[in-house]
Structure formats: C-alpha cells, structure tokens
Design a protein around this ligand. Sequence first.
Ligand SMILES: Cc1cc2nc3c(=O)[nH]c(=O)nc-3n(C[C@H](O)[C@H](O)[C@H](O)COP(=O)(O)O)c2cc1C
Length: 180
Amino acid sequence: MDVLQAITNRRSHRAYKAEQLPEEVLEKILRAGLEAPSARNHQPWHFSVVQNPELIQEVHDEAARVMGREGSPRFADPDFQIFYYAPTVVFIFGEKGFSWTDVDCGIAVENMALAAEGLGVGSVILGLPKPAFQGNKADELRNRLQCPEGYDFVIALALGYSTDTKAAHDLREEKISRIG
Ligand SMILES: Cc1cc2nc3c(=O)[nH]c(=O)nc-3n(C[C@H](O)[C@H](O)[C@H](O)COP(=O)(O)O)c2cc1C
C-alpha cells in the first residue's frame, strides 16, 4: 500500500477478532518500529510484545485499579478493557532521562501503526496502560514485560484484525499557518 493511502486509511480500532497475527506479519510491523528515525540515532525504545491474554488482562486490571473509575468514562462499561481484547499488544518502553524519548517512541509507534495498516492489520495507540506502571505493581509488571533497567512505559500499540468501522477524524485546517 502507498504510504499516503496507509496514513489516510489508518483508524484507532477498538474491537478485534481473537485471531492472532501471523508471525511474519508481526515481524514486519516490529521492523517498521526499529526503522523509525530517532534523535542522534539513539533509539531510546524497547518493544515488549505480549500475546498472553492473561498478562494483558493483568495490566488492564492494574491500570484500572490505579486509575479508579474516574480515569476514563469507558470504565463505566464492565466489559471495557483498555486493550480492547486485541490478540497482540506491543508495550513501548522508553529510556528515562533522554530528552527525545517521548518523541522517538511516538514516531516508532506510528511507524508500526502505519505498517500494520499497510498489511491489513488494525491497531490503536494506547496511553491508558500508563497507570499500571505507576502503582504498587509497577516494578513487578516492568520485570514481567522485560522493561530494561532505566526504562519506563511510554505508549502501547494494540494489534489485530479489527471488527469495527470508523469515520476519519475531523481535519482542523486552522492548525496550519502558512507563513509567506
Ligand atoms: C498518544 C496517544 C494516546 C492514545 N491513547 C488512547 C487510549 O488509551 N485509548 C484509546 O482508545 N485510544 C487512544 N488513542 C487514540 C486516539 O483517541 C485517536 O488517535 C484519536 O481519537 C483520533 O482517532 P483516529 O486515530 O481513529 O484518527 C491515543 C492516541 C495517541 C496518539
């Protein structure tokens, strides 16, 4: 798929089939993450791929516990899971103390989301797991997710074959100033 087409077609998908991604498709998506540019080519990221639904649920449960019900209106729905039961979740951990970590991890996650789109895989970028890495179980979860020493959670990407359809978000032309 043409890169502009992938950018235009990408949506945040919030419903997935249980069907797992083929390994070769996942590898291409992860490679797109590794291919992302980064400040001084520092690559201050680590991608932890989780396909164990119990572990994914544990991260959800801990994020929900730390956040409390006020964390997101979506928690009012008892069936809500922050990962939308996607079969694969990539946790992106970033190096603490490097000025460009958040920017670089943001670029990497979008590279992976666009690669997924191009390969017919749905995705959603997720900030909501963050509280799971801020409560009592933070160290335990970082260890189990093989977060390297000196790194912490930045963002996650849920991946799978989506079952929802969604309109494109509004485009705010006023967000562009053309100077001379
Ligand atoms: C940094 C970041 C964090 C996000 N966190 C969440 C999240 O935790 N849960 C969720 O459902 N969507 C999350 N999203 C998706 C946004 O809600 C979505 O990108 C936005 O509504 C625009 O919709 P679109 O992606 O379909 O164009 C996040 C997106 C970004 C870029």
